[in-house]
Design a protein around this ligand. Structure first.
Ligand SMILES: Cc1ncc(COP(=O)(O)O)c(C=O)c1O
Length: 393
């Protein structure tokens, strides 16, 4: 491909582009069966298109958008049971986790060889962050339900530890670490505790409301100092929309840097990115205002109903089994006989967009709003056929 001297007419360009786009799998098809994002809510899509040119880095020129960003942080913090939040929006869970770890390192600068304790089920963005920030990760074990072992975390605390991270809604299984127990230790030892609720943040509060759980994972737990929560996952916002909320202003200050050539408020930025879209944040604000807690509760209830359907279908299959009873709208499926690789390869040829988890080796399903009952039934009809016809290893 070369950069042509002369341009092409719009129609031809769109026709050419459509040829590429036809190769993409859309959420509308129901085929992305392991995605943590979904079709954005239509109001969010509308707001996104209207505000595409706004840069959230140009704080002095988009004063209204800045106020909306602050409201997004406040609404999300309220969901996480914090009344006076300090935070920033971000491009998603990865950026939020990097920033949370940066805050841990920067507020304990005297520690020359910083270490962070993480259960081995953390999301890979935390490995990436450790790599970027020069932090050593101390990986600790998990129990039979794949939850962090609090005892192991406690045992690994040394003078070099600048923080602990736990997950509320693990990527592989949707499991929730014992945040209240870990929080107690973090509080006692005065070590920051970051909760990665990038996925679970928009699910767990509603599970609790629906009587489908009773999980303490947010700022109600004393030791929790920061939380990542992504509107672009179960918040139904367009990509990229993440949120990082701190309990203390000191942490926000620790991730704030100066951009000297920008005037006023723009000179102080708390993000990794410079120029970044405000549109998805404005869209998240619109969706959260429009749906309210009751709207999200209804969406989570629907996802959980379909998760039960999926669970029943796995239980009805002679060669498949669930790794744990699903805690949220994520299922991990083990195969007793047929190699997972072979199942995935065949399911992919049938159009399904699959994912596997390494811990333990399993197929991973995320029952997002686009995974309708019809899509799920079609998926399990295929999966039953594939898993019972491929020869065992
Ligand atoms: C628990 C958790 N944290 C962080 C992330 C990273 O989020 P993003 O891909 O939006 O950067 C994910 C992504 O799936 C996740 O599941």
């Amino acid at each position: 491909m070369v950069f042509e001297e002369q341009g092409t007419d719009e129609r031809t360009v769109i026709e050419k582009l459509n040829l590429f786009l036809e190769e993409d799998t859309t959420y509308f098809s129901g085929h992305p069966i392991a995605s943590m994002s979904t079709t954005p809510h239509r109001l969010g899509a509308k707001v996104f298109c209207r505000t595409m040119e706004r840069s959230a880095a140009r704080l002095h020129t988009v004063k209204g958008s800045v106020r909306v960003e602050q409201e997004v942080i406040e609404i999300v913090a309220d969901l996480m049971n914090l009344k006076e939040p300090y935070g920033t929006t971000s491009s998603g869970g990865t950026e939020s986790n990097i920033l949370a770890m940066l805050a841990m390192r920067e507020t304990r600068k005297k520690i020359r060889k910083p270490e962070i304790i993480v259960p081995k089920t953390i999301h890979s963005s935390i490995d990436k962050a450790a790599w970027i920030l020069g932090i050593k990760l101390i990986k600790t074990g998990i129990d039979r339900q794949y939850k962090a072992s609090t005892r192991q975390i406690e045992k690994r605390i040394t003078k070099n530890v600048v923080g602990i991270i736990a997950t509320a809604g693990t990527t592989y299984l949707g499991q929730i670490d014992p945040i209240d127990e870990i929080g107690k230790i973090a509080d006692e030892k005065n070590i920051p505790l970051h909760v990665d609720a990038a996925f679970g943040g928009f699910v767990i509060p509603f599970l609790n409301d629906l009587g489908l759980g009773n999980h303490s994972f947010d700022f109600k737990v004393n030791g929790v100092t920061s939380i990542s929560i992504d509107p672009h996952k179960m918040g139904l916002a367009p990509i990229p929309a993440g949120c990082l909320v701190f309990r203390s202003k000191r942490d926000l200050n620790a991730i704030t840097s100066k951009t000297l050539y920008l005037p006023g408020a723009s000179s102080r930025q708390s993000s990794i990115l410079g120029t970044r879209p405000a549109a998805s944040i404005l869209a998240a604000w619109a969706i959260m205002n429009h749906l309210g807690r009751s709207g999200y509760r209804e969406i989570v209830a629907g996802c959980m109903e379909r998760t039960r359907l999926a669970k029943g279908r796995v239980e009805g299959n002679p060669v498949l089994e669930l790794v744990i009873d699903p805690v949220m709208n994520i299922l991990a499926i083990k195969s007793r006989e047929v190699p997972l690789k072979a199942i995935v390869a065949e399911m992919e040829t049938r159009g399904w967009r699959m994912a596997t988890s390494p811990l333990p080796p399993s197929l991973r399903l995320v029952i997002m709003p686009h995974v309708t009952t019809g899509a799920l039934n079609a998926f399990f009809n295929d999966l039953n056929q594939v898993s019972t016809t491929i020869p065992a290893d």
